[in-house]
Design a protein around this ligand. Structure first.
Ligand code: GAR
Length: 200
């Protein structure tokens, strides 16, 4: 059984989808720890209600970025985590955590990368940009995390049609529905070795 650590910043609906998939057995893994950079994050409360160990790690708890990076690495390795999932986590991962979990940190992004990725492209901003660009389709990307925002190897993508009357908000709902399915499916494929991650 693989062990997961989940990093979140906000409401945590993708985190819950992963926890639910583990509980239902469609994902043969367990969530060992949920970490948020936001001590007030709804996601931490939701994870606690599921009896999952939670921690708040941020510049508030660790003003020195290097110490924050060390604390993150130690927490994940201390929980014996195999894969780190970024489920709406809006901060960069430090070099020590990246090195300790090389090719084992996986992000979900609400567009068809490389389109609509990079700094500032998160949450509703992505859907606004998609509509402003007049795109006929958008989607979800699951990818490995490296030093740069939204640039790591793509592991899975699924498209979502953009309707002429979609607003950023209606599009966000459609895309999120797909996110909740594709994230757990992709992690299960990694566990099954039907998606092979690069050596680490
Ligand atoms: C999700 O749509 C996720 O793809 C996005 O933030 C939302 C978090 O929602 N992530 C990014 O934009 C990363 N660049 P959630 O907290 O309900 O899972």
């Amino acid at each position: 059984m693989k062990k997961l650590g989940i990093l979140v910043s906000g409401r945590g609906s993708n985190m819950l989808a992963i926890i639910d998939a583990c509980e239902q057995g469609s994902l043969s893994a367990s969530v060992e720890v949920v970490i948020s950079n936001n001590g007030d994050s709804v996601a931490l409360t939701l994870a606690k209600e599921k009896n999952i160990y939670v921690e708040h790690l941020s510049s508030c708890t660790h003003p020195d970025p290097d110490q924050l990076d060390v604390a993150m690495t130690e927490l994940l390795t201390g929980c014996d985590v195999d894969y780190v999932l970024l489920a709406g986590f809006m901060k960069k991962i430090g070099p020590k955590t990246l090195a300790a979990y090389k090719s084992r940190i996986i992000n979900i992004h609400p567009s068809l990368l490389p389109k609509f990725g990079g700094q500032g492209m998160f949450g509703i901003n992505v859907h606004k940009a998609v509509i402003d660009a007049g795109e006929k389709e958008t989607g979800v990307t699951i990818h490995l995390v490296d030093e740069e925002y939204d640039k790591g190897s793509i592991l899975a993508q699924r498209t979502v049609a953009v309707a002429p009357d979609d607003t950023p908000e209606t599009l966000a709902v459609k895309v999120l529905k797909v996110e909740h399915v594709l994230f757990a499916e992709t992690i299960q494929k990694i566990i099954d070795n039907s998606i092979i991650l690069p050596d680490h």
